[in-house]
Design a protein around this ligand. Structure first.
Ligand SMILES: Cc1cc2nc3c(=O)[nH]c(=O)nc-3n(C[C@H](O)[C@H](O)[C@H](O)COP(=O)(O)O)c2cc1C
Length: 200
């Protein structure tokens, strides 16, 4: 699954994803690890043509409406928007076993709410591969965030970390970014000290 996973940006519009399969993917997401088992994630499921259309209507920049990317992506029958919930972490860590009652964000080495929601999203992406589906994680442009949240009634405290299209794959063009090449494990691993590589 790990080696087969890749972002797919074109889908078969005539092949809906069974509701049970989508439910399975969302269930996989709940098995992600989370700091303090806070589980401060939520998922907005858009699985009707009308809801998928509403998503694209409020998140697509005018100059991208007719792009190839848009044409392929908008054929996906399902979109899942993962949202992180910072307050769930601040509340959880204010509990007696953690004791961070000041709820000071400076205590957090990095925002674990985004990390955990990302990990949950990866389980959806890998689960999709396991189910014979394809998916693509992509960003929602900041300038459209407000109208996206308004359109779908998302409360202020929740942050969409991106969105995932899910569907059956149609022929697609790989991202030009892949030309950069994959960084091989030894070139990203430091052994014992930053200056040492594996095998040294
Ligand atoms: C946080 C994140 C944001 C991304 N945003 C986009 C995006 O906005 N549009 C897009 O087409 N792909 C997006 N991607 C997909 C990457 O382009 C893709 O993962 C990368 O090129 C490697 O390709 P692969 O996942 O198919 O192996 C995103 C991936 C991640 C993890």
């Amino acid at each position: 699954m790990i080696r087969r996973r890749r972002m797919v940006r074109n889908y078969d519009p005539d092949r809906p994803v069974p509701a049970e399969t989508v439910a399975k993917l969302l269930e996989y997401a709940t098995h992600a690890p989370s700091a303090g088992f806070s589980q401060g994630w939520e998922f907005l499921l858009l699985d009707t043509p009308a809801d998928v259309e509403r998503f694209w209507a409020v998140t697509t920049p005018e100059d991208q409406l007719n792009s190839g990317w848009m044409q392929g992506m908008s054929r996906a029958p399902v979109i899942v928007v993962p949202l992180s919930h910072r307050d769930a972490y601040l509340d959880r860590y204010a509990q007696p076993d953690k004791g961070w009652t000041d709820r000071d964000e400076a205590r957090w080495p990095v925002p674990y709410w985004h990390i955990d929601t990302g990990m949950a999203s990866l389980l959806v992406l890998l689960g999709a591969v396991d189910e014979g589906l394809s998916a693509c994680f992509f960003g929602i442009t900041p300038e459209f965030m407000g109208q996206f949240k308004q359109e779908f009634g998302v409360p202020e405290a929740y942050t969409p970390i991106g969105a995932m299209t899910i569907g059956y794959r149609a022929p697609d063009t790989k991202s030009p970014s892949l030309k950069r090449g994959r960084r091989e494990s030894p070139s990203v691993t430091h052994r014992g000290n930053w200056g040492n590589r594996p095998g040294s």
